[in-house]
Design a protein around this ligand. Structure first.
Ligand code: TMP
Length: 242
């Protein structure tokens, strides 16, 4: 008999304890939010499609040598993951100008950046996840300088791997958000990778294949996410059997 207690309820996922203190169960929810949770909607099928996409991407990254928290996929929306201590930073990498970067700096949407940009946001709902720099984050002891170096290196490596993967299925990886956790003295990739946390533009049509369809009411979220899933499944479906 599993003793499961809800430990954390996020915008798109819930985390439960399991009988093993080192293992948590992560459940993907049918909820979409925008404006840092101020707009909220139930969308049937979203949890499952995000689970499937994240499962494929994490399996792929793991196969390419990136350590992740994923242990095992349990059911259509449930994964067992390693219990990590989450670094309270959202790590955003941008390859192309979009979203808040376009707005904040008045830059033209879709302009490719010469070098990827990495930004950090302090994961704190009460403060609305403010932008934070490394000097601030280390002063607040959210992360150590050594950890920052690892986070940057892993984020760039993941970017290189995923640009290539998405390119092979006709998609440009515009930007994405990652989270990392401490696990047995190492940093490993945690959270998820799905169209909720990245921007994906179709190379032919330039249309969004990500949460911008929800943010900007540009189409049906699940249909769009399923396009991404189908293309990924054709490419790397075999990696998913972890
Ligand atoms: P932004 O352009 O709104 O700053 O977002 C950059 C990328 O980070 C985009 O792919 C969406 C992702 N992101 C999250 O996953 N969670 C967040 O809370 C925010 C603000 C962005």
């Amino acid at each position: 008999m599993m003793s499961e207690t809800l430990l954390y309820s996020g915008k798109a996922k819930d985390l439960f304890s399991t009988d093993d203190p080192e293992v948590l169960k992560m459940i993907y929810k049918d909820q979409a939010t925008a404006l840092n949770g101020k707009r909220k909607e139930q969308i049937t099928g979203k949890g499952e499609v995000n689970y499937e996409i994240s499962k494929l991407i994490f399996a792929y990254l793991s196969q390419q040598g990136i350590e992740t928290h994923l242990i095992k996929n349990v059911s259509e929306t449930e994964q067992l993951v390693k219990k990590v201590t989450i670094i309270p930073l959202e790590v955003v990498l941008r390859n192309v100008v979009a979203g808040s970067f376009a707005r904040k700096f008045g830059q033209p949407l879709g302009q490719r950046l010469e070098q990827p940009i990495i930004e950090y946001y302090y994961k704190n709902d009460a403060l609305d996840d403010p932008a934070i720099n490394i000097s601030q984050a280390t002063a607040l002891k959210l992360v150590t300088p050594t950890e920052v170096a690892t986070i940057e290196a892993m984020t760039k490596q993941i970017n290189t791997l995923l640009i290539k993967l998405f390119n092979e299925i006709g998609i440009d990886l515009i930007d994405f958000k990652l989270e990392f956790g401490r696990y047995q003295g190492r940093l490993i990739l945690a959270d998820e990778f799905s169209p909720d946390n990245c921007r994906l533009w179709d190379q032919k049509t330039h249309s969004s294949l990500d949460k911008d369809v929800f943010r900007q009411n540009k189409g049906d979220l699940v249909t769009v996410y399923e396009t991404v899933l189908q293309r990924l499944t054709k490419m790397i479906g075999g990696f998913a059997n972890v």
